[in-house]
Design a protein around this ligand. Structure first.
Ligand SMILES: *Cc1c(COP(=O)(O)O)cnc(C)c1O
Length: 239
């Protein structure tokens, strides 16, 4: 194995151990939690190595980086998740490779996603990004819809051609009442998921937890964790 492959294998093993331990502590089966590796800022060669090591779900947050990377890895059996704030002028490109968009947070974006998914003949899995730090504007600092806005946006996605409503996503807030209280934030997301599933039973994905808080997310009931740094290393600059 190359040095990079050794390193990624060792990091993946550590993350796998953490997920397994968190599942055991929560009395959950390991299969209930899917690992998504966030490959943003890292090259397509790393994505390829991760795939060789058994990773099947990868995530990106910027279309400019993700589009060429996904094209370079089009031969691999990977599921691509888009997890970044998404401008409507990038939607056509994102729909070209993303199997899931986890950052759906406004009706204009839903309309654009639906239009482009239909045009491309694709079905895009949608997760609503919930902002637990939303202010009076109803939006969070890093995107997301306020909890109050979830039912209406969910109905809109569910009724949009080319889109499939799959669940909810959040990022633990850095400000507001949930700052520093990751587990409470993730438990709130689970409550919102329970409400959502009354109206949309199939929308059962709960995407929460990153490198620093995956244990709290698994304890709260997350079905998907999004791990970047703990697998690939600390990113240079903003990522
Ligand atoms: C970067 C990112 C992650 C991964 O964060 P790490 O702390 O590197 O594990 C997860 N979710 C989103 C939305 C991200 O942008």
């Amino acid at each position: 194995m190359t040095e990079r492959k050794d390193q990624l294998a060792a990091n993946l093993a550590k993350v796998e151990e953490r997920i397994a331990a968190a599942c055991a502590a929560a009395g959950r089966a390991r299969e209930e939690v899917t690992l998504i590796v966030v490959t943003k800022t890292y090259p397509a060669s790393d994505v390829r190595v991760l795939c060789e090591l058994g990773v099947r779900h990868v995530a990106e947050n910027r279309d400019q980086d993700a589009a060429p990377k996904a094209a370079a890895c089009a031969d691999l059996p990977l599921t691509w998740h888009f997890v970044g704030q998404l401008q409507t002028n990038k939607v056509r490109s994102v729909v070209g490779y993303a199997d899931f968009v986890q950052s759906v947070d406004r009706s204009r974006l839903v309309a654009a996603l639906s239009r482009e998914a239909v045009r491309a003949g694709r079905e895009v899995g949608c997760l609503l990004q919930v902002a637990l730090d939303a202010d009076e504007s109803g939006r969070g600092a890093r995107g997301g819809v306020a909890p109050e806005g979830v039912p209406e946006l969910a109905d809109l996605v569910a009724g949009s051609p080319g889109l499939r409503l799959d669940g909810l996503m959040t990022v633990a807030p850095l400000t507001g009442p949930y700052a520093g209280r990751e587990q409470a934030a993730f438990e709130r997301l689970m409550d919102l998921s329970t409400d959502l599933r009354r109206a949309h039973p199939a929308a059962n994905m709960v995407s929460a937890g990153m490198s620093s808080d995956l244990e709290q997310a698994v304890a709260a009931g997350a079905t998907h964790v999004r791990i970047g740094t703990a697998v690939l290393g600390v990113r240079a600059g903003l990522g």
